[in-house]
Design a binder for this molecule. Structure first.
Ligand code: EPZ
Length: 421
């Protein structure tokens, strides 16, 4: 298991290229199960989760070329003999987004068998909304031996009101509805840019999706879809993570390719903390000049403040003079970075869903580790400003969602390296 070693104290100055969005790439690769033929995706991020999804598509019988590059082609099986409509436990347990193959497979082949994703470090993360929606479309759902089996000769359109705007739940149901008979209306739909991107790509395939990115998505089912070529949108959470790094180190960084319109809540909170943010030459420029101000944050579904940026802003709050309160309203256990930051000198008290940060304490380097992707990223950020050396262990968490994070930071002056252990 590799580790990342950071020497604190460098200002970040320069440019960071933003990669394609992990949380767009994963549903789009699943959507490539829908058409017959070969689809091509460009600007694919080099991430462990993308490699896992490619492995899953191969297990199902699709040919996936280009793994390890930023372009992937996905070709449907030439004969049904190659089909294996099952997502096995050993893959699903490493990446819960595997559940995204459920909708496409049932819509196209009338059945699918997917290992229940089970919980993960940040919470129980059930898929009841995914299954409720498929049942509303006529599917028979059975749970046994840790697998969910979904069967339906031909899904039919339905009106589905989600209990909460689940991102992958909404994406699964959009893909299922694309080939269903009749009209599906998804109410209380997720509004994330990645959901809007999926709607756009489904329409490129010949689907009839309206309202992507709004709370009500309407899909008129069609009989078949065509393969496409598409370049994936930039990762707003990667961009947000590096924006916080620039702010914390009083740096001046251009996030190349970042889309400000996907990051309104993140930009608003950066500005509230006293950070200068401006849209410039095809990206976002972030300058951390003066003193950082405390900020209060409540994580919400998009367009609210994203839960995937909570850990990173907590580190920013540690540097601000005064008290900040961060409330995690989406997941029940997403404060695992707190004890690790505490070991670096942060003063953070958790009470229920709120973390109260008394900023202004000096952070010192330490050996730290976390058990989820964004918590690990926040420890790298802390290492950039902590006095001395910080070792972030279990780097495989980072590799799931950040392409070459140490190279990108080193390119702006950070003293950071990966050590193979
Ligand atoms: C997506 O996860 C993202 N992953 C997550 O990013 C992100 O944190 C999350 O959305 C929230 O924005 C991908 O897009 C691949 P949800 P998802 O379904 O879809 C509850 C990262 O770091 N819920 O929107 O799994 C659930 O427990 C990852 O990149 C149900 O109760 O999240 C949670 O409390 C982490 N029943 C809330 O809804 C369901 O059927 C939001 O979950 C589905 C969800």
């Amino acid at each position: 298991m590799d580790k990342i070693v950071v020497e604190g104290g460098s200002r970040l100055v320069g440019k960071i290229p933003i990669s394609g969005a992990k949380n767009a790439a994963l549903p789009l690769l699943a959507a490539a199960l829908l058409p017959t033929g070969t689809s091509t995706f460009k600007n694919v991020p080099l991430l462990q989760d993308v490699a896992t999804m490619a492995k899953l598509l191969r297990k199902l019988g699709w040919d996936v070329e280009g793994t390890g590059t930023n372009a992937l082609t996905i070709a449907s099986p030439v004969s049904r003999k190659k089909l294996k409509l099952e997502a096995p436990y050993e893959l699903v347990k490493t990446m819960r987004a595997s559940v995204l193959v459920l909708g496409p497979l049932v819509a196209r082949y009338g059945r699918a068998r997917v290992s229940m994703p089970g919980g993960c470090a940040i919470g129980a993360r059930p898929i009841d909304q995914h299954l409720k929606g498929l049942e509303a479309m006529g599917a028979k759902v059975t749970l046994e031996h840790g697998y969910v089996e979904v069967e339906c000769k031909r899904l039919r359109g339905a009106t589905i009101v989600l209990d909460m705007p689940t991102v992958t739940g909404c994406e699964n149901l959009m893909m299922a509805a694309a080939l269903a008979k009749g009209r599906t209306v998804i109410e209380n739909a997720a509004r994330e840019p990645e959901v809007e991107e999926l709607a756009l790509v489904l329409n490129k395939m010949g689907a009839k999706v309206q309202g992507g990115g709004t709370p009500i998505i309407t899909i008129e089912g069609v009989d078949e879809l065509s393969p496409i070529e598409h370049s994936i949108i930039p990762d707003r959470i990667e961009a947000g993570t590096f924006a916080v790094a620039a702010a914390m180190t009083r740096g001046d960084v251009l996030l190349e390719g970042a889309r400000p319109e996907h990051m309104d809540a993140i930009v608003a909170k950066l500005r509230a903390a006293g950070v200068q943010v401006s849209a410039e030459s095809g990206g976002l420029r972030v300058r951390g000049a003066g003193e950082l101000k405390p900020i209060d944050i409540v994580t919400q579904p998009h367009p609210g403040f994203p839960t995937d940026m909570q850990a990173q802003f907590m580190v920013l709050a540690c540097l601000a003079k005064g008290q900040s309160v961060l409330k995690e309203m989406i997941f029940e256990n997403r404060f695992m970075h707190v004890p690790e930051l505490g070991r670096m000198g942060a003063d953070i008290q958790i009470s229920g869903r709120a973390a109260v940060v008394r900023g202004g304490t000096k952070l010192t380097g330490a050996s730290v580790m976390a058990t989820d992707l964004r918590a690990s990223a926040s420890l790298v950020l802390a290492g950039l400003v902590a006095a001395g050396k910080t070792e972030v262990l279990r780097v495989y968490h980072l590799d799931r969602g950040y392409e070459a994070i140490e190279k990108k930071l080193r390119g702006c002056g950070a003293k950071i390296r990966r050590v193979k252990t």
